[in-house]
Design a protein around this ligand. Sequence first.
Ligand code: GLC
Length: 454
Amino acid sequence: MMTPERRDAMDEMIVKIRSGRLTRRSFLERATAIGLSSTAAVSLLEACGGTSGNTGGNGSTVNIVWQSEKDSTTPSVYQAVTNDFNNSVGRQKGIHVTWQQGPASTNDLLTKYDDMLRARSHSIDVMSVDVVYPAEFAANGWSKPITNTQWPSSARSNYLPGPIQSCTFQGNLVAAPLRTDLGLMYYRKDIITTPPATWDDLVSMSKEAVAKGKTKYGYVWQGAQYEGLVCDFVEVLYGFGGTILDPNDSKKVTVNSPAAQQALAAMVSWVGTISPAAVTTYQEDDARLVWQNGNSAFMRNWPYAYSLGNASGSAIANKFDIHGLLTGGSNTDGGHSCIGGWNLAINAYTPNGDASWEFINYLLGPAAQKKLAIDASQTVSLQSVYDDSDVLAKQPLFGKLKPILQNAKPRPVSPRYPDLSNVLQQHLYAALKKQETPSAALSAISSSLQTLVS
Ligand code: GLC
């Protein structure tokens, strides 16, 4: 993440360019000199200019921009719900939304927001924010709170409590819950007769599937150095009965435990055996493509991969099912999915807060929530969708999610989450690449986290 020196240098550049004391060219030169990629430098420059939030050509339309996380559906379901809004409520109320596709990794999206918000820009009005970041956004004053008048508690009670919790900071709602996400174990029904219960089962079933020539690889997952690796790690860790912070005292780091040693050693042992060596470069879509081409018996991924796996052109359509996460060692309390998901936050600097809320309110409504579930198997936050017969008929996975949802667990909650996560990403990755032993990695993680949480 960003060092304090880099932040100061950036703040200074931003102030200068906004007051006209720096040319575009020197801005870009300085930005690259402090280590920003050229794309990041250009987007920061654009953010300093702030392009949206204006009224349209006829003076009566409010134009707003929604930046989402990456939407892998084709045609894009996010474009579809945006069009639906523009053609209904938007038309009546004089609001037009432009949807912007997001980068593959949540970390890159955070960097984009960080640059925009430090420049106090509103080039994006409605921001899709990963479930792990609202606390940081709220602590920095980057989002407008959602009020009781906008979203009364009678309406809120129709939504899953976990995602609402993830939008709440110091008693205020700082974002609205678009959807949750749950890690799932995907398995090939035509290869695996009974899904595995433990990580050891997964290893032996994978080896057998490969030995019998049924697939190229046993198991694909997310091993690149980014947020997804933290999600995959906590699932294995929780499966072995470990934790990162003490559940009763978030200032106490518990990650350097025998359970964590076993969990990390297991992950390291999969690389280049049941999983391809290249798994250390995989994000969600990399794993999904290997799986969807029929090259793996198992995959860890989020629900979005369900509808894509069954879409026409997929080699494994109707040949797979999903299961909860697995357990390891002597732990018997069942597996735990990592809770992910995306919330919608209103940029604190936009003058178009009301129009932004109208759009968010539309995305929370039954028409949009049902469409996201049916067209993209998104585990939305409106509870009634999980019992909706159209949804269950089109996406049978919804019938299997309740027990998985109940056992799911979050990543640590902290306004310093990005820093915490970076420590984890760095050392977990070094362990997977065999540059650090699991015990060295965990002891380094433990001491850095202790400094961050105390
Ligand atoms: C998914 C999850 C998000 C998580 C990310 C990691 O987008 O919804 O919470 O951080 O994957 O790659």
